[in-house]
Design a protein around this ligand. Structure first.
Ligand code: CP
Ligand code: NVA
Length: 313
């Protein structure tokens, strides 16, 4: 498989390592071009349809602005408008939208709906988060680390995810294992990432020299970490479990003591945001010297540009 055969962006599991690196270098070039005065209008006349079943700040704004910077436009379709799978079927939405727009970016509850959109759309489909994964986030996170470490290879670096083994953790498992990074996912018992994702990631790691580890002990997990990463304890759609999760996840808070337990003075702290300060991460850490949370959020813009250029360009 090579870059020209990739027509959708559904999961990083589908993106070969050489393609991933081509996209990361594209994101770098697009960021440098933009900083030097602006991007070339390579998507002039193109429209991205953005279907949302859930709220969003970063994904919604960064895809929209990325389209504008590249000369195109984006159309925001709110949860109330499309009502994916309720007002009409997902295949019908995919087929109708394909006649109007050049690409569809969708944020859904059920991952199955992203797969259906991709199956029935005749234009590229980009996953803007599902209950299974969040590939656009993890892709731009790799870009953030690539930039943070001065455009050095990422192989051998160790990312420790502390929190819920959910959508963001799944995409980080694929992202890290594809580029030869070590990843440890540290969760409370019962909140581990899905076994098939762990197995797939171990398969990728076996080819790239990476490593995939699961644990329940945060102090032990972070020892020697280059990156400590966390996400909310209750994701969108899990609000009813928030109280119970606050109790279960409390020992997994990324606080100053945990950052220090890494023993690495250069460790960086990441969070996909939105953050629930005082729950999964403290104010002290998010505002502290190890945090790269805001550059990370800003880099969503440059990550999206690379994805859009590769799929819609
Ligand atoms: N990280 C992220 O995807 O943020 P939004 O939910 O605001 O898009
Ligand atoms: N796990 C979080 C990620 C938000 C970007 C959620 O699904 O709500």
């Amino acid at each position: 498989m090579n870059a020209k055969h990739i027509t959708d962006f559904i999961s990083l599991a589908d993106i070969p390592t050489d393609v991933l690196w081509d996209w990361l270098r594209t994101a770098r070039a697009l960021k440098e071009e933009w900083r030097a005065g602006g991007n070339k209008p390579v998507l002039r006349g193109k429209v991205l349809g953005m279907v949302f079943q859930k709220p969003s700040l970063r994904t919604r704004v960064s895809f929209d602005v990325a389209m504008r910077h590249l000369g195109g436009e984006a159309l925001y379709l709110s949860p109330q408008e499309i009502r994916l799978g309720e007002r009409e079927t997902v295949p019908d939405v995919a087929r109708v939208l394909s006649g109007y727009v050049h690409g569809i970016m969708a944020r859904v509850f059920a991952h199955e709906h992203i797969l259906q959109l991709a199956e029935y759309a005749t234009v590229p489909v980009i996953n803007g988060l599902s209950d299974f994964n969040h590939p656009a986030q993890a892709f731009s996170d790799l870009f953030t680390l690539y930039e943070h470490w001065h455009w050095q290879d990422l192989a051998g670096r160790h990312l420790v995810f502390v929190g819920d083994g959910n959508n963001v953790a799944h995409s980080l498992l694929y992202a890290c294992s594809k580029v030869g990074m070590r990843i440890t996912v540290c969760t409370p018992p019962g909140y581990e990432p899905r076994p098939h994702v762990v197995e797939e990631a171990r398969g990728f790691a076996a080819q790239t020299g990476g490593e995939v580890r699961l644990t329940h002990d945060p102090q032990d997990a972070v020892r020697g970490a280059d990156v400590i990463y966390t996400d909310v304890w209750a994701s969108m759609g899990q609000e009813a479990e928030a109280e119970e999760r606050r109790r279960i996840f409390r020992p997994y808070q990324v606080n100053q003591a945990l950052v220090e337990a890494s023993g690495n003075p250069n460790v960086v702290v990441m969070h996909c945001l939105p953050a629930h300060r005082g729950e999964e991460i403290t104010d002290e850490v998010i505002e502290g010297p190890h945090s790269i949370v805001f550059p990370q959020a800003h880099n969503r813009l440059h990550g999206q540009k690379a994805i859009l250029m590769k799929l819609l360009g």
